[in-house]
Design a protein around this ligand. Structure first.
Ligand SMILES: [Zn+2]
Length: 495
């Protein structure tokens, strides 16, 4: 009997055969540890061995001589709820090496909301009115699983979505009854596979929510350990107060707080990133706080006068009233029309814009902070997208880590894999080790770079050789393979 068990143990550790083996690469495992030369063996959806594996035979061999083998990247901040269903190939993401996206950020999620009235323009991030057809998160999850996309997704429930589903007027705080209804919807969503709750407190659909309302809804997750991600109330003027409100909500509701796209959006705040990061350090001493950033100095979203007022430059990406203005600089439009940029913005609404708001030095400091993960914050349905849709992850690897030396390639990979998985509580993802899911990216560390620009935002990144999701290759040598092996991923651990 003893011999029989020994044989089983040995074969479990070192199989003699596997489905796929990636040979000869340099493994950067996602923990931040230095790279090492190793083969990676995969069977079904898991990594089964890492090391010198010449004794193992495989049905498929991938030669990765000179390339890096890393965990697939986790895009922690997306608005991909609708794209996951409508554009299941998810080319902007898999072409960058992204294998998991977190959807439902900034207070907007596709579920649970069946549309009764035309939606506010911010909801257009996620699709058309007709895309709002999910009364419950269970219905959204069923649609996802019936026709899976190429990438995994974790789902957040948006506060604006809950408010639109339960309130007749979003310009006031919710009543106790409405809060109870939102909590019931959030509970259903968490039971159906959601990972947390998000707010977007700068947006008109969410702005009237008081701290007490947000705490009361977020408290629903205290027992299940959901995460609270927040586009907090103010990135322009009182950022300190807005961050403190986020921390207070986390403490009172008993949940982890994740600050979305931490950035400083006005000239008055520029140069203050060190102070806001110290504020995060202080909060972290007493509660669970995490954050993400995108590696650009321009943001994007709906046309809003609040952002026009403080931006250095505004480019219109979409206008319902004047589609011909897409792609134009707002100050030029205003000059042609003989009015102020604010007035022109009012006439162009509803629509989308890219706002140049931030200081490069602040962004680099936030990017360099060791608790910062990476989120693209990209909007998949914009006719003229922000370049972050196609370029975020290769830009961090190639531009900021390799070319500028802001941090090591190992650190860059850790932020977009192991750290992101820890922040969002994913088990067995974001790491290359036996037993983990085979979400993998093979890339050329010398060549990896973003090519998307503000002028040509849909240029594909270079240097991503192979992307596997749950053990299935979805991207190889610059082309989609046609396989779609994404799954719903859920938060299982708290930090
Ligand atoms: Zn946001």
């Amino acid at each position: 009997m003893a011999d029989w068990r020994n044989i089983m143990d040995i074969s479990a550790e070192q199989p003699t055969r596997c489905d796929v083996i990636i040979r000869g690469g340099m493994v950067i495992d996602g923990t931040g540890a230095p790279r090492r030369s190793a083969d990676v063996a995969v069977s079904e959806d898991r990594i089964v061995a890492v090391g010198e594996l010449s004794a193992i035979a495989a049905d498929h061999e991938v030669l990765a001589e000179g390339a890096v083998v890393a965990p697939g990247f986790i895009d922690v901040h997306t608005h991909d709820d609708g794209a996951l269903l409508a554009q299941p190939e998810m080319t902007p993401k898999i072409s960058q090496g992204v294998t998991t996206v977190i959807a439902g950020n900034c207070g907007f999620s596709l579920a649970p909301l069946r549309l009764r009235a035309p939606l506010a323009q911010e909801f257009r991030y996620l699709g058309e009115d007709s895309d709002y057809r999910f009364d419950t998160m269970a219905a959204y999850v069923a649609a996802f699983e019936a026709a899976p996309p190429t990438v995994n997704a974790a789902l957040l429930v948006g506060h604006s979505t809950l408010r639109a589903a339960t309130m007749d007027d979003l310009d006031r705080p919710a009543s106790d009854r409405e809060i109870a209804s939102m909590r019931a919807l959030l509970r259903e969503a968490m039971d159906s596979g959601a990972s947390g709750f998000s707010t977007g407190l700068e947006y008109p659909t969410n702005r009237a929510a008081t701290t007490a309302e947000i705490v009361a809804v977020a408290e629903e997750m205290a027992a299940t350990g959901g995460i609270y991600t927040t586009h907090y109330r103010d990135y322009v003027y009182d950022i300190d107060g807005a961050m403190e409100e986020a921390f207070e909500i986390g403490r009172r509701a008993g949940v982890q707080v994740h600050l979305s796209h931490h950035q400083l959006d006005s000239v008055d705040l520029h140069g203050r990133a060190d102070q806001t990061l110290r504020r995060i350090d202080r909060a972290r001493a007493g509660q669970s706080v995490s954050l993400d950033v995108y590696p650009y100095t321009a943001g994007g979203g709906a046309i809003m006068e609040e952002f026009v007022a403080v931006a250095k430059k505004v480019v219109i990406t979409r206008s319902a009233t004047r589609p011909d203005c897409a792609g134009r600089d707002l100050s030029e439009i205003a000059r042609d029309w003989g009015c102020s940029p604010l007035e022109a913005a009012g006439r162009l609404k509803p629509g989308g814009a890219i706002y140049f708001l931030q200081d490069e030095e602040d962004m680099r400091r936030i990017l360099s902070y060791r608790h910062t993960s990476i989120g693209s914050d990209s909007l998949p349905f914009e006719p003229i997208p922000h370049p972050r849709l196609w370029g975020t992850f290769p830009r961090v690897l190639g531009h900021y880590a390799r070319d500028l030396g802001l941090f090591t390639m190992e650190e860059a990979v850790h932020r977009m894999t192991g750290l992101a998985a820890a922040q969002f509580g994913f088990v067995d993802r974001g790491v290359v080790r036996p037993g983990a899911y085979a979400d993998l990216v093979v890339f050329d560390a010398e060549r990896v770079i973003d090519r998307a620009t503000y002028e040509e935002p849909e240029r594909r990144s270079e240097g991503i050789v192979l992307v596997m999701v749950n053990g299935i290759p979805v991207w190889r040598n610059g082309m989609a393979t046609g396989e779609r092996s994404g799954r719903i991923v859920r938060r299982e651990l708290r930090i």
